[in-house]
Design a protein around this ligand. Structure first.
Ligand code: ADP
Ligand code: MG
Length: 632
């Protein structure tokens, strides 16, 4: 292993490296830095998150630019505002002992004039998100025509987020002779396209196996019934009193509601998704960084910027649509040499995805059991004992001790211990003493379907399908959000080319029909009707309707659901804030749904913070008292 000095870095950078406490170069740094310092070449570098990519391009860029010139020489494109700010800060730290280096962050959601002014003062390095950068080039507020080095950081994420055109456009304004340094955790087709299109015989370096999950992360999955997802999440949290985690949900709505439930149940949790204002998001992130929030519940998109070390657990409350996203999620833990755990909560029907993920991450995912209530009580008890042992005694207490001691005088040490731990043990014990085993069921009952007796359910037809960019998960999400019912009450979802089928319990029949009466999206009627028979002969048994097909179609009755030829115009689903869920242009977002409650404000940082306060005494039927305070 080489030292930073041996990589060829200059004294000013070595000094900064010492200040930051980096001892040895990481693998990607060791591989990339000498190449980038020695020659002007393009490079494609594949490395997971948390492997130190920022320094791998930041050090060479700083050493190669001319700080005396005020021309913009380096451009770093990164997918999110959060990452953009982090990289800017990192590069500033690296440049601490260099004179005259100006690094400016360019990102949306902040004053463009201020950013333009900062650039005008002379910025050798710009760190930018593609959207805002493109905007500023168009308005001639920046000049990238003399760029010598261009970094595409987290290229896979940028492309995932639909920045292909922005990137293409930005690059077309930069000189051909520049060097392009592309960094990415994964190498999907789109990234190869960019590499082919914009790079000249790049050197390729790979750190670890391609697409492999971080070595420092171990993977586990927990099989539960859909209804037990939330209780399972609580148990996983309770079984790890020191947890500091990101909990991933698939939709903004789930993110918000899981965070709210956790807060109500006394956990220090917060939500991070695209419906929050930037200000709210900043506050949540601040609380999370300060560890006032122990469980950050986030959508994939919103979590992109999260670069917090020491995350102990990533919890997949739901699996992502795309398996590759799993890699990004689990890369949030196991950073900077720490060990991390990635925990997946799955239902029986989703569990087949586990094998597919194992293939991609080339690692084993171990099946584990949700701890029982009593196991959790035990863990919490030992954790409490440890906490007592490690508590620093506050000197202020001495004034009051004589009285306290007098009060407790008659108790032996044993009695004292018993009572001390009982004060808080009782909280968990009361909650868990009657709790059921969340595992188990599946051994006898492999099919989730058995939960619903078929004759108690109604099968529906709906006139949207694959053509409208739905798959079964997306449709389920849409129905869940629109009907405001639990996912577990939507099953047997079968998506066809231009229409689909799903079942709900009979009790929800009226609700479904009512909701979809005169229901429009983008001016198009969404037509739902009770189906006699879906494909695969899954009869829904139309619940007393005598199999009569009732049409609820206000648009002229498409009967058996032949075709809605008109594709949704994917104009602007507008107003979604672009943050949560799985929008990414793969499927439509229905945020302009008239039923949607806008401006959801709970789970805001304020609430999260109050949730993070100790809750002694107040909620005695619930745990949440101990082990939940911010860790120091
Ligand atoms: P990536 O961009 O690959 O996700 P970062 O560049 O953000 O990773 O680095 C992750 C963390 O590791 C940061 O906190 C960074 O300061 C730290 N780090 C980077 N290089 C080293 C090193 N050589 N030694 C110790 N810590 C490092
Ligand atoms: Mg990075």
């Amino acid at each position: 292993m080489k030292t930073f000095q041996e990589l060829g870095l200059n004294d000013a950078l070595l000094e900064a490296i010492k200040d930051m406490g980096f001892e040895t170069p990481s693998e990607v740094q060791e591989k990339a830095i000498p190449i980038l310092l020695e020659k002007d070449t393009d490079i494609v570098s594949l490395a997971q998150t948390g492997t130190g990519k920022t320094a791998a391009f930041g050090f060479p860029m700083l050493q190669k630019i001319d700080p005396k010139s005020r021309t913009t020489q380096g451009l770093i494109l990164s997918p999110t505002r959060e990452l953009c700010l982090q990289i800017t800060q990192e590069i500033k730290n690296y440049a601490k002992h260099m004179k005259g280096v100006n690094v400016v962050a360019i990102y949306g959601g902040a004053s463009i004039t201020d950013q333009a002014r900062a650039v005008k003062k002379g910025a050798q390095i710009l760190v930018a998100t593609p959207g805002r950068m493109q905007d500023m080039i168009r308005r001639r507020l920046v000049d990238v025509s003399k760029i010598e080095y261009c970094v595409l950081d987290e290229a896979d994420e940028m492309l995932n987020m639909g920045f292909f055109e922005d990137i293409t456009d930005i690059l077309s304004h930069t000189p051909d002779e520049k060097s392009t340094w592309l960094f990415s955790a994964t190498m999907p087709k789109e990234v190869s396209v960019i590499a082919k299109k914009f790079m000249h015989s790049p050197v390729e370096i790979t750190v670890g196996a391609k697409n492999a999950g971080t070595k420092n992360v171990s993977h586990e999955y927990y099989k539960v019934s859909g209804r037990d997802r939330y209780p399972a999440l609580r148990r996983l949290a309770d079984a790890h009193p020191q947890i500091f985690s990101v909990v991933f949900c698939r939709t903004k709505r789930d993110t918000q509601s899981v965070a709210e439930k956790l807060i109500e149940d006394g956990y220090s949790a917060g939500a991070l998704h695209g419906d929050l204002s930037q200000n709210q998001r900043d506050m949540v992130m601040k609380s999370f960084r300060n560890k006032q929030i122990q469980m950050l519940v986030a959508t994939d998109v919103a979590a992109r910027g999260i670069d917090v070390d020491n995350i102990t657990h990533v919890i997949h409350y739901q699996l992502p649509d795309e398996i590759e996203t799993y890699t990004h999620r689990s890369g949030r833990t196991g950073r900077a040499g720490n060990q991390g755990v990635s925990m997946i909560i799955v239902t029986q029907s989703e569990s087949r995805k586990i094998r597919a993920i194992e293939k991609i991450i080339q690692a084993n995912i171990e099946m584990k059991k949700i701890p029982t209530g009593m196991e959790i009580c035990e863990t919490q008890l030992y954790s409490l004992a440890q906490k007592i042992k490690n508590t620093e005694v506050n000197e202020e207490i001495f004034n009051y001790l004589p009285k306290v001691e007098a009060e407790l005088e008659d108790l032996s040490k044993e009695e004292l211990i018993q009572r001390l731990v009982s004060v808080e043990f009782a909280r968990f014990h009361n909650y868990y003493k009657k709790s059921k085993d969340l595992n188990g069921k599946f051994e006898d009952n492999p099919a989730d379907k058995t939960k619903h007796n078929r004759k108690d359910t109604t099968r529906f037809f709906i006139n949207v399908g694959e053509r409208d960019e739905y798959n079964w998960m997306a449709l389920k999400d849409f129905l869940k959000a629109t009907l405001e019912i639990d996912t577990d009450d939507i099953f047997h979802v079968d998506v066809m080319e231009s229409f689909s089928f799903f079942n709900t319990p009979n009790s929800l029949q009226e609700k479904v029909i009512e909701k979809f009466t005169d229901f429009k999206i983008d001016g198009r009627f969404i037509n739902v009707e009770i189906s006699e028979k879906g494909p695969k002969g899954r009869s829904g048994g139309s619940g007393g309707g005598g199999g009569k097909r009732r049409s609820f179609n206000k648009d002229g009755g498409s009967g058996g659901g032949g075709g809605y030829k008109k594709k949704f115009n994917s104009g602007g689903s507008g107003g979604s804030g672009g943050g949560g869920g799985y929008d990414r242009g793969k499927r439509r977002s229905f945020d302009n749904n008239p039923e949607k409650k806008s401006g959801e404000s709970s789970g805001s940082p304020r609430r999260s913070n109050s949730g993070s306060k100790p809750t002694y005494g107040s909620k005695d039927s619930k745990p949440g008292g101990f082990g939940r305070r911010s860790r120091s």
